[in-house]
Design a protein around this ligand. Structure first.
Ligand code: AGP
Length: 615
């Protein structure tokens, strides 16, 4: 969602900030803005733009009017929550005097009460945002004599909600002050200055000397150094980040978009996810996880929580855990789980799965699980993410940065890692023989090659997809692991192509939705050769009998399925553990092609954000 990027002490700060904002675009935004301090005049200069997809370009034009002297500079990409996505509501916001500039990510939950108090004390507001409240709050402390750092620290106790803020003050021209609670914010040092950023990928081109600000910590950045304090003003320490990503990993590197790059990277990403996960005898090893085998064996129930594509990975994780480890497992959508009043105890293991490790619903679900007495671990792609830090243990997918809003390589990596976890749990409980473990390890080790074959096989999945560019109604059907594939395929198509795509367990169609099937409907059926293939083929017949066009995801050489369908998307045959992972691949391409042919931006689909940091 919103992105923050700021610099102090570095040459050409406006260009650096604009570049930082471009790197943060993927988080999703509808307006953008920049503020810089003019040290000569002791005043702020600010520009903002609200033009979907072109706001940063607009800012770059406006930047020609910026003052020659530029001190501390902050930029922001806004994804509207409070107040329409227009220029008045775009950040940076300023206080009454125009002396303090502020950018913000998250929500100030008690903004109504605070702004009522501030208004009655004479503060004039110029936007409909919750953000502006914070600027006026800080203003009131600064007016009372506090420096910017002290003022921000003093405000933390008054605001509720999850947020990250960064501020400049015309009276301290080379200083940036930033603070956070839950929402992401890191800072970095260079020999001559410092930066603040919402994420690592945007910061990497400037420095690798990066630090994670703790909850309710405040950092003051200036060319003279860095000072970290807590909300009481006492000295504090931020945590140094271990950064393994390269700058190139977060660039398109010749691909037309991040999504096609990330689809192509899947075999390598999976190889990284699986690297070092098995001993030579095929025994699963999850050393990252801070839970011993003995502790793991003590859990009687597993609950997986996640959102979107991560939720779909959990669906197959649940199945693998039950089938292999024989532990009752369930999966819940994080935003629902949080309010479910789930009965949890010390014998329950909750697994929060999130690419970003920041998704607010999943984070709150993780917190709720721990509050209710369960142990909670995180599966995260971003190292040191908020969830990774708050959980009782973490395992990383190590898939490299994922910039495209639609999750591809990280989704596959989550599937694979949850399969490894299921094996680890099974082994800890003594449920699998050495032979079965070795066979499962071999199946997973072959996965990168299978995905490579699915991507480069004889069939052109894109050509099949192009036949359905004009269709507005899709149904995705499958059973068990086929249904997880169907759910992910439908989500990809919805979010990228903006067409209706409903996923149903194939057996459920007769209980209502089949009444929607009429000539013209396109039904994508997952017809992989698991134990339910024959039943799925029965469903294919039902669809065709009602005039639907059937596109089947099937295995290479499966002539029976090919004969029964109008079109097929072929993948290599695979074992039960990896079949749902391989099955997703052609559907990523299917959605990608249809979206591109419809003129949509696949990296930044409308209304969506890569990282959903508000409820
Ligand atoms: C996937 O294509 C989506 N963009 C979305 O559903 C995503 O998976 C979801 O928001 C969860 O994100 P997370 O994995 O970072 O928590």
């Amino acid at each position: 969602m919103c992105g923050i990027f700021g610099v102090t002490g570095l040459p050409d700060p406006l260009t650096l900030v604009a570049d930082g904002l471009r790197a943060l675009e993927y988080r999703g935004y509808d307006s953008a803005g920049i503020v810089t301090v003019d040290p000569e005049r002791g005043e702020l200069w600010r520009c903002r733009a609200a033009e979907r997809g072109r706001s940063i370009e607009k800012l770059e034009t406006k930047m020609h009017d910026a003052p020659v002297h530029r001190g501390a500079t902050l930029g922001h990409t806004r994804w509207a929550t409070h107040g329409a996505p227009n220029e008045e509501n775009a950040h940076p916001h300023v206080d009454c005097s125009g002396r303090i500039g502020l950018v913000h990510n998250g929500i100030i939950e008690n903004h109504r009460e605070l702004s009522a108090e501030l208004r009655s004390a004479g503060h004039a507001f110029s936007s409909a945002t919750d953000t502006e409240t914070f600027a006026h709050l800080v203003e009131s402390k600064v007016r009372a004599g506090a420096c910017l750092r002290e003022a921000v620290a003093a405000c933390l106790g008054s605001v509720t909600g999850d947020f990250a803020v960064a501020l400049v003050d015309a009276a301290e021209p080379h200083t940036i002050v930033a603070a956070r609670r839950t929402s992401p914010l890191i800072f970095g040092r260079t020999p001559i200055g410092a930066i603040v950023s919402s994420d690592i990928a945007a910061a990497l081109p400037t420095t690798r000397d990066l630090y994670q600000l703790g909850d309710d910590q405040v950092v003051e950045l200036s060319p003279d150094g860095v000072v970290v304090i807590d909300a009481s003003g006492a000295p504090a320490e931020a945590r140094r980040l271990a950064v393994s990503w390269s700058v190139e990993a977060a660039q398109k590197s010749g691909y037309p978009d991040f999504m096609s790059k990330e689809i192509a990277e899947q075999p390598v990403a999976l190889a990284q996810t699986l690297l070092g996960r098995f001993s030579s005898a095929g025994v699963p090893e999850l050393e990252e996880l801070a839970l011993s085998r003995r502790e793991l064996a003590g859990f009687n129930r597993v609950v997986l929580v996640a959102c979107g594509s991560s939720y779909h990975a959990c669906m197959s994780g649940r199945d693998a855990i039950e089938r292999l480890a024989k532990v009752p497992a369930e999966v819940d959508i994080a935003s629902e789980f949080r309010y479910r009043e789930a009965v949890l105890g010390a014998d329950t293991l909750v697994i929060a799965v999130s690419q970003s490790g920041e998704t607010i619903d999943t984070l709150h679900a993780l917190r709720e699980a721990r509050r209710r007495g369960a142990k909670a671990i995180a599966v995260s792609n971003v190292v040191d993410s908020v969830m990774a830090r708050e959980a009782d243990g973490v395992i990383y997918t190590h898939a490299g940065p994922e910039i495209g809003v639609a999750s591809t390589k990280c989704h596959l990596a989550q599937h694979a890692l949850l399969a490894v976890f299921a094996l680890h749990l099974a082994h800890s409980r003594g449920e699998l023989s050495g032979e079965s473990l070795a066979a499962a390890a071999a199946e997973l080790t072959a996965l990168p090659g299978l995905v490579e074959a699915a991507l480069t096989g004889s069939q052109d999945h894109a050509a099949v997809a192009r036949r359905y560019v004009g269709v507005n109604d899709f149904y995705f059907l499958g059973r068990r692991s086929g249904f997880t594939v169907a759910a992910e395929g439908a989500l990809k198509l919805k979010e990228l192509a903006y067409v209706r795509a409903e996923a149903y367990p194939a057996g459920e169609m007769k209980h209502g939705p089949i009444s929607l099937i009429e000539p013209g409907a396109v039904v994508v059926v997952i017809a992989l050769r698991d134990g339910l293939w024959e039943k799925v083929m029965g469903n294919v017949e039902e669809m065709r009998a009602r005039g639907a066009t059937v596109v089947a995801v099937c295995e290479e050489g499966d002539q029976e399925t090919e004969a029964a369908a109008d079109a097929v998307l072929k993948v290599p045959g695979a074992g039960a553990l990896v079949r749902p992972i391989v099955g997703v691949v052609p559907l990523q391409r299917f959605a990608y092609e249809i979206a591109r042919a419809r003129g949509n931006d696949v990296d930044r689909p409308r209304n969506l954000a890569k990282v959903v940091t508000v409820e």
